[in-house]
Ligand binder design. Structure first.
Ligand code: ZN
Ligand code: ZN
Length: 402
């Protein structure tokens, strides 16, 4: 294909997103985009991390590295977007959730969604049950496995924590389900409360915090902590805050990393709020082009050490194809790095409940799933994360004649 033709094909593929979005706009879909930027301002403008209309990372944090823009990323998207698909079905476990929450347990539902049990309380983090994580019903990543448990079957939780407003972490249909089936507050970084209010979450169920802000619920202290990332559900970027979370009970502490690049802030968080019995840290969707905002598995091991972590449970992998690495590679690199530094890692099946105080023997269930990966180019589950979609949209705008 000539380069002009190839560009035209790529442009058409990328434009399928916005066109599909416009087609269904009349059906109320823009609700999923969240609050209008003007509505966000009064809530967020008092933060020391907010200036010139946007939140900022502590470190300079390019969403895309200049060396990888344009040709490199476009070529990678064109040639490698199916590399991250699994070779076969991902095994699931239907969790047995006890009536009484444990001292320290965790059930991972895939990607960044998990149910924590800490000192007899329950905290649900970044719950996403939707099939597709995108503003568009026709474009963007779809699930590589079903949710291991219907959302209505979750036991009562004491809090719902959200890390930031990207679609793979904040999902409107899931929020609506939780509104109907749970009574717990949504504890969120600054600005995300406005999305929730737009979606009908009552004021008394919204708690919004800046970095280092804390909220007590049911004997747990939930502290909003720094992350190195960005935010935005469509056109506007960084008008809501992104965060990680420290959850402390009287006897146990858990750190939830959400979605973040590596940052030296982890050692400060470890010193102030750790050590943590359990850390949930992102290990997938890494790429040189967006290294500042998505850490790789080796950096997750380093962050775990900085935080004073006991057991590391990897998140942000397996469920959605958001980058160009092979499906099982994040966990394989993680285990190799953890072995070198003598760290304890647990890799549950999606849905498998783990008693963190009595870890089960680790079984390698991922190598077989990943072994024939990348052989399904016809699948519709290819790359299309908000990161990639946005990057491609911006890159297309740079192309001559576009
Ligand atoms: Zn994100
Ligand atoms: Zn994410």
């Amino acid at each position: 294909m000539s380069s002009a033709l190839r560009r035209a094909a790529l442009t058409a593929a990328v434009l399928a997103g916005p066109v599909g979005w416009v087609t269904v706009a009349a059906w109320g879909l823009p609700t999923a985009l969240g609050a209008h930027r003007r509505r966000l301002r009064p809530v967020v403008s008092g933060s020391p991390h907010f200036s010139d209309g946007a939140f900022h990372n502590t470190l300079p944090t390019p969403a895309l590295a200049p060396a990888n823009t344009r040709d490199g990323l476009l070529r990678q998207w064109h040639e490698e977007r199916h590399v991250g698909l699994p070779g076969g079905p991902i095994p699931l476990e239907r969790p047995e959730l006890p009536d009484d929450a444990a001292e320290l347990a965790v059930t991972w539902f895939g990607h960044a969604s998990a149910l924590l049990e800490i000192d007899g309380r329950r905290v649900l983090v970044d719950p996403v049950w939707s099939h597709r994580v995108s503003p568009s019903p026709v474009f963007g990543p779809t699930r590589l496995h079903e949710p291991p448990l219907p959302i209505e079957e979750l036991p009562p939780v004491d809090a719902v924590l959200i890390s930031h407003d990207h679609y793979d972490h904040l999902d409107l249909p899931t929020i609506r389900s939780l509104l109907a089936t749970q009574t717990a507050p949504f504890v969120v970084p600054l600005g995300i409360g406005e999305h929730l209010r737009t979606w009908g979450v009552p004021e008394d169920r919204v708690v919004e915090l800046d970095w280092d802000g804390a909220h007590d619920v049911a004997g747990l202290t939930l502290t909003c902590t720094e992350a190195r990332h960005f935010s935005g559900r469509y056109l506007h970027r960084n008008t809501t805050l992104w965060a990680s979370w420290a959850i402390a009970g009287p006897r146990h502490r858990v750190f939830f990393g959400g979605d973040t690049g590596y940052t030296p802030a982890f050692s400060g968080i470890g010193a102030r709020l750790g050590p943590f019995d359990l850390t949930l840290l992102p290990i997938g969707a890494y790429n040189d082009a967006w290294h500042a905002i998505h850490m790789d598995p080796e950096e997750a091991v380093r962050a775990h050490g900085d935080l004073g972590g006991g057991v590391l449970l990897p998140i942000h992998w397996a469920t959605f194809n958001l980058a160009f690495h092979p499906w099982a590679e994040p966990v394989q690199r993680l285990l190799a790095a953890a072995r070198r530094r003598d760290r304890t890692v647990v890799v549950p099946l999606p849905g498998q409940r783990i008693d963190v105080l009595d870890l089960p023997p680790q079984r390698d269930w991922w190598t077989a799933v990943g072994s024939t990966a990348g052989e399904h180019p016809a699948s519709s589950s290819g790359v299309g994360s908000s990161v990639v979609a946005r990057a491609l949209t911006r890159l297309i705008a740079l192309l001559p004649g576009a």
